[in-house]
Ligand binder design. Structure first.
Ligand code: GDP
Ligand code: MG
Length: 441
């Protein structure tokens, strides 16, 4: 009987997995979504290839379509790719005064972001901040920063006409040191396109300032160009992080993925408006949902997966109540235990098992033991797992050797399986199993 049942289970998993056609069809739509979100062509192509490998053969949750399942896989992969450092918002600004260099194309939002960052550092971290504009091309740019400084109550370096960017950087450093500032932000001149003269100037500034952080500010609405911009600035200056501005607009922020893929540099912040408080720490989950524009589907699949886990547990429980508990069930239990913090943790939760838990402790059960036991089950054939009664000496020898263990280890596992099967039956009759399983969920 249990043989037949495990056969049914195998068919189920086969039916419920993603075929190559499913994946291909769904990925066509994902590709369109990525390109619409302005992810660069090459990055989109690479990304799709990666997901194709991962998705083919993956299992499909009941109550969602294969297409939706692929989107979930794409979403998870996207988050994994976008994720940079654990704490994207933590700038390296120990050793006061710490220089932070702001670079990027003209109009990308450097000056605004400089003020936003200054405000954040001042208000959230209690830092003493000095800002300096190195934009000698446009006098209005210096005024702009000074006005923002007054608004947020952050000092700006006094403007002296006729100084070069390098001179201003030197002066800022001096002033930051003398004035006891924790950090000084250097807002560099904009450039419409990447331009050698201005790039040389920023390099010279970098050399005198020796920045702890060089933040590349990029307009989140930038499309295919983002990759070139990021690669160029990173190549010339060595950026330490990216700030994506205008993420409050209609753009879907595909630039984030492009830049992350090409430079490998973490995205630190996103700009969400013109005001000086419209800056947030980069959240890969949010941006991933936005790039795909399919956030609802992702939520649906997550929900469905939860439901499936409950259904699976209930199915299992019904079988246990009928005294059906084979090696596959045991393996599932062992894996579940590993996931939930090991033997003691799980047994402690199950009524009537407290005593066993103590005994297990005394017998030296631990997680490495769980792993060994799982290895033993893995080493069994399908038939053996379904019906461990057929295990005689030669089979036992083969199984133990396959797991790199002794036959005595296997015998212990088999004994444990028998005990558990008996217990499941008893508990099932007493209606205790349901309670126990509920405690485990
Ligand atoms: P810079 O040339 O790189 O210094 O760019 P600016 O800081 O002067 O910004 C150019 C324009 O973009 C200004 O009008 C800003 O108000 C606007 N801006 C900057 N960041 C954002 C943002 O996150 N969202 C929106 N909506 N506008 C922004
Ligand atoms: Mg500016």
């Amino acid at each position: 009987l249990s043989e037949r049942l495990s056969g049914v289970f195998d068919r189920l998993t086969k039916q419920g997995s993603l075929s190559e056609d499913d994946v291909r069809a769904a990925l066509r739509e994902v590709r369109v979504a990525l390109l619409e979100a302005d992810v660069s062509l090459a990055v989109a192509r690479d990304f799709i290839k990666r997901v194709q490998k991962k998705a083919t053969g993956a299992s499909v949750t009941k109550s969602v379509t294969p297409g939706q399942q692929v989107v979930k896989i794409v979403h998870d992969e996207l988050i994994a790719m976008l994720e940079g450092e654990d704490d994207a918002g933590a700038l390296k600004i120990d050793n006061p005064p710490a220089p932070v260099l702001m670079v990027g194309l003209q109009g990308s939002g450097k000056t605004t972001t400089t003020a936003k960052l200054a405000r954040r550092l001042k208000e959230r971290e209690g830092k003493r901040v000095l800002m300096a504009s190195l934009d000698t091309n446009r006098p209005a740019a210096m005024e702009q920063l000074a006005i923002l400084g007054t608004q947020i109550g952050v000092d700006t370096l006094p403007i002296i006409k006729g100084q070069s960017a390098v001179d201003i950087a030197k002066r800022a450093k001096q002033q930051a040191t003398l004035g006891g500032y924790d950090v000084f932000l250097l807002d560099t001149a904009g450039r419409l396109h990447i331009d050698e003269v201005l790039m040389d100037e920023v390099q010279a500034v970098r050399d005198v300032a020796n920045p702890r952080e060089t933040l590349l500010v990029v307009d989140g609405l930038t499309g295919q160009d983002a990759v070139n911009v990021a690669a160029e600035f990173d190549g010339k200056l060595g950026v330490t992080g990216v700030v994506l501005t205008r993420m409050d607009g209609d753009g879907r922020g595909g630039a984030a993925l492009s830049m992350r893929a090409v430079t490998g540099k973490p995205i630190r912040f996103v700009g969400l408006g013109e005001k000086t408080d419209a800056l947030e720490v980069f959240d890969p989950k949010r941006v991933a949902g936005r790039i795909l524009g399919m956030g609802d589907i992702v939520a649906l699949v997550e929900k469905a997966q939860e439901v499936l886990e409950v259904e699976q547990a209930e199915r299992m429980m019904k079988r246990f109540q009928k005294g059906m508990f084979n090696m596959n069930d045991l393996k599932m239990q062992l894996e579940q235990m590993l996931k939930m913090g090991g033997m003691q943790g799980v047994m402690g939760m199950m009524p009537g098992m407290g005593k066993m838990s103590k005994a297990a402790e005394a017998a030296g059960f631990d997680d490495s033991m769980l792993k060994r036991q799982i290895a033993l089950v893995n080493s069994m054939t399908k038939k053996e797992r379904a019906n461990p009664a057929i295990l005689q000496a030669s089979r036992k020898k083969r199984i133990a050797a396959g797991a790199g263990l002794d036959v005595s280890d296997l015998n212990k596992l088999l004994k444990q399986h028998r005990q558990m099967a008996d217990m499941m039956k008893t508990m099932g009759k007493k209606g205790m199993l349901k309670q126990a399983m509920a405690g485990m969920m």
